[in-house]
Ligand binder design. Structure first.
Ligand SMILES: Cc1cc2nc3c(=O)[nH]c(=O)nc-3n(C[C@H](O)[C@H](O)[C@H](O)COP(=O)(O)OP(=O)(O)OC[C@H]3O[C@@H](n4cnc5c(N)ncnc54)[C@H](O)[C@@H]3O)c2cc1C
Length: 509
């Protein structure tokens, strides 16, 4: 039973440092869950420093965050100049000239007891030219520039649609700022110039702004981006560097004017030493080239980016540097790092905003007493690290299984030794087409299959139980599934039409 002592032990003062996507997502979620009559939340951000201004593609888990906050989808899309995303198209990844889509949602429809990818292996053995994308409503909808949310039609592929969003990162932070301030979060403009630690235990005691104001707190949340002002500069937590597995360390970004109908997918095109994204928004297209500075100069990277953009560019290209890896602890003493301050995985599978959301939900699950029990902190760090490592492995997979031999960069990636869990997953798939989701891994067998098959990794044998269905019935079923998926995709509205009807932003441009 709760005692008065328990109530006295409550956190009463939370200080969030940083007002980018991470800071405002955290502020919005905490202000929704906590009573701000009992607990004060202050967020400090500096207009002088600004935000990183990228981070515009998401994955479907974002629905959970929006639902918890009660965010209306159409309102949110209008405000953020957003569009819809059915998956990611990967061009030139398996080899130059190749292309596949990693869709959200599943493949096929129910064929038998096993997952669809097993039946696909059997089908593929006899039909080497067949494309698994023909069996996915996400892929077909994306390739036809279509979009609709899942329909409530039992047994229809339209019920299997799964989607995420593209949005303007700056507008997204603003949207959440309005939400959080309406609920009582206090925003303080200013640059933090000093972080003071308590002598007794090294916990963060206060931060000092340039104008001399000192702000004290019980719990500090470091959302200062790559600066990692509290978690690293003050607490020296340490960083695990993964750049030997994910060697890209730079990105050059530039927005451009929209050209033609807007795609309902993100595009990732591999180049000689990295890859380029294209993210469609209502008022512009976001573009960026992620590359490895060891194999490509900034100027060469900029040129490749600009040469591969369809519309007129709207600003000067901007270079961003990063080091792939994770903080050794995300929660250290009374400081929790959320967002880029906690680590970075390149945006190939659009997972950073998901990780912000995941950090917030874990922080709520392990929300501390003022005593900060170490067992809670340790568990938080352990489960978040597991999740990040599994996402890391999935991203490394894209590089490792390339067949490209046209540059030193791809030769390095093909030959590099990858983490043991990834080695095992590749070996298992190669041997029998089997895939298993470990623990709380974010990406399921559909995603692993999409990338492995899409990049030409071949399974030597298929699952013996798929032969339980007789040939005639099996091939007829596969034909029917393909046809019903094609018809369903045709029946979807055009992506632009859907936006115009439900959530067109008021002013474009
Ligand atoms: C090239 C690139 C592409 C990306 N693409 C995607 C994507 O498509 N999808 C995705 O999910 N993620 C993506 N990300 C990641 C995404 O950008 C971040 O996860 C997200 O924007 C969160 O950033 P942040 O809030 O942690 O940091 P920032 O946006 O950098 O915000 C830091 C905040 O801290 C404040 N601050 C810093 N120092 C001080 C100080 N001394 N005093 C006061 N305030 C301070 C700044 O003013 C700012 O408000 C991408 C990242 C990069 C680098």
């Amino acid at each position: 039973m709760a005692s008065n002592d328990d109530r006295d032990q409550k956190i009463k003062n939370i200080v969030i440092v940083g007002g980018g996507t991470a800071g405002w997502m955290t502020a919005a979620a905490l202000s929704h869950v906590l009573s701000l009559k009992k607990c004060r939340i202050q967020l400090i951000e500096s207009d002088q420093i600004g935000t990183i201004g990228v981070g515009e593609a998401t994955i479907p888990t974002i629905h959970k965050y929006n639902q918890i906050l009660g965010i209306d989808e159409n309102d949110f899309i209008k405000y953020t100049q957003g569009t819809f995303k059915l998956g990611i198209q990967f061009v030139n990844w398996g080899d130059v000239g190749s292309s596949y889509v990693h869709p959200f949602g599943g493949y096929g429809m129910s064929v038998g007891y096993l997952g669809f990818h097993h039946y696909w292996q059997r089908y593929h053995t006899q039909n080497p030219e067949a494309d698994p994308g023909d069996y996915s409503i996400g892929v077909q909808g994306a390739l036809k520039y279509k979009f609709m949310p899942p329909a409530q039609i039992p047994n229809s592929p339209l019920a299997q649609i799964s989607y995420a969003y593209h949005f303007d990162a700056t507008l997204y932070a603003k949207y959440l700022k309005v939400f959080a301030e309406e609920r009582g979060v206090e925003r303080i403009e200013g640059e933090v110039v000093k972080v003071s630690l308590r002598e007794s235990d090294g916990y963060v005691d206060s931060i000092t702004l340039k104008n001399g104001t000192s702000i004290q707190g019980d719990l500090f949340i470091d959302c200062t981006g790559f600066r990692a002002l509290l978690i690293e500069q003050a607490l020296n937590t340490g960083y695990e560097d993964w750049s030997h597995w994910l060697p890209c360390d730079s990105a050059v970004t530039v927005p451009s004017k929209n050209m033609g109908p807007s795609p309902s997918f993100t595009r990732s095109t591999a180049h000689a030493a990295g890859w380029q994204w294209r993210i469609p928004l209502q008022h512009r297209t976001g573009n960026g080239h992620v590359y490895c500075s060891k194999y490509m100069s900034d100027d060469a990277a900029k040129k490749i980016l600009l040469d591969n953009i369809e519309g007129e560019v709207l600003t000067e290209p901007k270079v961003v540097r990063f080091k792939t890896g994770m903080r050794r602890k995300f929660w250290n003493k009374n400081c929790v790092a959320i967002g880029l301050s906690s680590g970075f995985l390149e945006p190939l599978e659009s997972t950073s905003i998901h990780l912000i959301q995941s950090s917030i939900s874990k922080l709520l699950a392990f929300f501390p007493h003022a005593s900060f029990d170490q067992v809670d902190i340790d568990k938080y760090n352990e489960i978040l690290a597991d999740e990040i490592v599994s996402i890391r492995d999935f991203i490394i997979l894209h590089y490792k299984i390339t067949q490209r031999t046209d540059s030193e960069f791809w030769n390095y990636c093909r030959h590099m030794e990858v983490p043991i869990n990834l080695q095992r997953k590749i070996a298992l798939y190669k041997s029998s087409g089997r895939l298993f989701r470990d623990n709380n891994e974010l990406f399921d067998d559909v995603s692993w299959f999409a990338v492995m098959q899409g990049q030409g990794l071949k399974a030597e044998k298929y699952h013996p139980l798929v032969d339980e269905i007789e040939d005639e019935k099996f091939f007829q079923l596969m034909g029917e599934i393909k046809a019903v998926i094609a018809r369903s995709a045709d029946a979807m509205p055009a992506h632009d039409e859907y936006i115009a009807k439900h959530c067109a932003a008021e002013a474009k441009g």
